[in-house]
Design a protein around this ligand. Structure first.
Ligand SMILES: Nc1ncnc2c1ncn2[C@@H]1O[C@H](COP(=O)(O)OP(=O)(O)OP(=O)(O)O)[C@@H](O)[C@H]1O
Length: 316
């Protein structure tokens, strides 16, 4: 596979803030890469370096073998920023036509609209679209010029569950037709639906870069919430990877474990007292904290235990 985008020891500062910190990354042709990380991790900054909207403070970025500022490479790039401004008085079909005319071989407007569930809206002015419909149109526009590389920054923010699935299906089909795609998200579920390779960022750095299966196993911890007078003993049970006590009396306890079923068996067998037990999937932020708090080194994620992927939705 050849590299469509290449970052070599790239750092981007905004004043005192290091948004991207010494990142080396290659996006291979034909890949579907998920860029995952909590708020402020540096995902959008990294995307803006690849699409040439920002320049690195140090290090080098190349896009399709040239500078990202070179119009020849940007012609073969499609992107959807986190927020898109659409001309409110233009109709959906007109906007797709208008953007398509900037490219040599654009996708047919009707076919693209069909792909992204926009056929019934082709004659509607974009100012009259719902937030979710605008989002679908923005993502569709990224594909209109049949780009080689597409950068999608949080494509499904604000979409309901049906809208997300429609968009994921469309993005997958575009990938199957040849587009290389980089997608950022807070949502593990979204990355699971789309990505083959996952790059995890935190604090501007890449803290993991692996197959989807490996990453899901590493960040997929679960949260166990309970009340107990035996906080120290419960926190020390095998399988607990993080324990936070809650409240002044320290009777409320939040535990994180890779295998919550096994931890609950240990808890019951221990004879320790507990009540109000509740189990749910941890949010990504919680998973990142669990995996990076005790050891901030890059090896933390790599050494976390693997287990089966979770199927339930993980929220921001
Ligand atoms: N133009 C800017 N000026 C100053 N600081 C900035 C600027 N853009 C980004 N930052 C800072 O850089 C860091 C990384 O931000 P970035 O938007 O890249 O993160 P992110 O992972 O995309 O976050 P989110 O998921 O919330 O969109 C943050 O601390 C942010 O405040």
């Amino acid at each position: 596979m050849s590299a469509l985008a290449q970052l070599d020891r790239v750092t981007r500062r905004f004043g005192d803030v290091v948004a991207v910190d010494d990142v080396t990354l290659t996006i291979e042709a034909g890949s579907m890469v998920g860029l995952l990380g909590p708020n402020g991790a540096g995902k959008t900054s990294l995307i803006s370096l690849i699409n040439g909207l920002r320049r690195p403070t140090s290090g080098t970025v190349s896009l399709l073998g040239r500078s990202p500022q070179d119009v020849r490479s940007r012609q073969r790039l499609g992107s959807t920023p986190q927020e898109t401004a659409l001309p409110p008085t233009l109709r959906v079909g007109e906007v797709i036509d208008f953007v398509g005319r900037h490219f040599d071989t654009p996708q047919a407007t009707e076919a693209l609209a069909e792909e992204f569930g926009l056929t019934a809206l082709l004659k509607r002015q974009t100012g009259a679209l719902s937030g979710g419909q605008k989002r679908r149109l923005s993502v569709a526009l990224a594909f209109v010029g049949r780009p080689q590389l597409v950068l999608l920054d949080e494509p499904t923010t604000g979409l309901d569950i049906d809208g997300r699935h429609t968009l994921w299906d469309a993005v997958r089909r575009q990938h199957e037709s040849g587009a290389t795609i980089v997608v950022t998200s807070h949502y593990l579920e979204e990355i699971e639906a789309l990505a083959e390779r996952v790059v995890v960022m935190e604090g501007g750095r890449v803290i993991a870069d692996d197959s989807l299966q490996a990453i899901v196993g590493k960040v997929g911890v679960r949260q166990i919430r309970l009340r107990t007078p035996d906080v120290a003993a419960v926190s020390a049970l095998p399988g607990v990877v993080r324990a936070d006590s809650e409240g002044a009396d320290a009777a409320g306890l939040v535990l994180y474990a890779a295998d919550s079923d096994q931890l609950i068996r240990e808890l019951v067998n221990s004879g320790l007292r507990f009540s109000d037990l509740a189990v749910r999937g941890a949010t990504l932020e919680e998973a990142f904290l669990t995996l990076t708090d005790s050891d901030r080194s890059h090896s933390t994620l790599a050494s976390a235990p693997l287990h089966a992927p979770q199927t339930e939705e993980v929220s921001r």
